[in-house]
Write a protein that binds this ligand. Structure first.
Ligand code: MEV
Length: 308
């Protein structure tokens, strides 16, 4: 049988989540060891999904699987392939942990459909499909995740546009999973309520986050990891003030800095999900990972961004 395959990796937001929904910039890095692979076969009609979360007819799939179906139909439409398909998803990426799982699934599916049709989707066509799927999983996505899961380098993102960010020195991060699912839709809605209740204070916070993003891009380019760490930790405090942290995330951030991290923060939607901590070296990353697991992290991953 003819089939198409596609892949997309995880992402971690270094600085700027939440404020980015309101048009400020953000920085994200690819997480190459974690990702989603999709395989798509044509079928006369209906969509059949085969994944860890759900296997069966797509019309009976739970909410978490709906982005798959949206991405699949949008991509089939785009390449002019009609509507039936069978899709198999293999993911090493945990769901609802702020690592871009929903966007990565949609991007992998879209690429698999393009492969099946023998065409290549350009970045903007791919972005459109992933954003359509993302709107189904959380109401008002900035587009950051959709761009980050298909970018091979760190990116600066603002209002749908991306630019690669230069990296002055190889930079290693540890990601620690709180073990708690975090609903991006819910945390984004929480920030909106906060903004409506106290617009001037929240806007000042967004403006400070935007400054941290610009400073962070320069620090990354100059390899100034001490300053970058300070920016991460300040961003965490601002996100906590916005209401998207919790005790577990705060404890993991404290454990990382106690173990010598230059800075750490929650990453992604928050209220669960992951923390990202800056390491001095790969050896230090091992120490941080041990400390984070000791402080209750369900698991950790180390990701390295090469100088470029
Ligand atoms: C989620 O990974 C990032 C948020 O900023 C939401 C978004 O950008 O759409 C929290």
């Amino acid at each position: 049988d003819p089939s198409g395959t596609g892949y997309a990796h995880a992402k971690a937001i270094l600085l700027g989540e939440h404020a980015v929904v309101y048009g400020t910039p953000a920085l994200a890095v690819p997480v190459h060891g974690l990702g989603v692979e999709a395989r798509v076969w044509p079928a006369p009609e209906g969509v059949h999904v085969d994944s860890e979360l759900f296997a069966g007819d797509a019309s009976t799939a739970p909410g978490l699987v709906r982005p798959v179906v949206t991405a699949l139909s949008a991509a089939l439409d785009l390449v002019g392939l009609g509507h039936g398909a069978k899709v198999r998803i293999l993911s090493s990426l945990p769901h609802e942990r702020g690592l871009g799982s929903s966007a990565a699934v949609a991007a992998a599916v879209a690429r698999a459909v393009a492969g099946l049709a023998g065409v290549e989707l350009g970045p903007d066509a791919l972005y459109k499909v992933v954003q359509e799927a993302e709107r189904h999983s959380h109401g008002n996505p900035s587009g950051l995740d959709a761009r980050a899961v298909v970018a091979d380098t760190p990116i600066r993102f603002q209002r749908g546009r991306v630019a690669p960010v230069p990296v002055g020195t190889t930079t290693t991060f540890v990601l620690a999973d709180s073990g708690m699912a975090g609903s991006t839709a819910r945390s984004v809605a929480g920030v909106r309520e906060r903004l409506e209740a106290d617009p001037s204070a929240v806007e000042r916070t967004f403006a400070r986050i935007a400054d941290l993003v610009e400073e962070g891009a320069r620090q990354l380019a100059h390899g100034d990891l001490a300053a970058l760490g300070t920016a991460l930790s300040e961003d965490h405090r601002l996100l906590a003030w916005l209401g998207v942290s919790n005790e577990v995330l705060d404890r993991l951030v404290a454990a990382a800095t106690a173990a010598g991290s230059a800075g750490a923060k929650l990453t992604g939607g928050g209220q669960g999900g992951c923390v990202i901590a800056l390491a001095d070296s790969e050896d230090h990353a091992d120490e941080l990972a041990t400390a984070l697991r000791g402080a209750g992290a369900a698991r950790t991953w180390t990701t390295t961004v090469p100088a470029a």
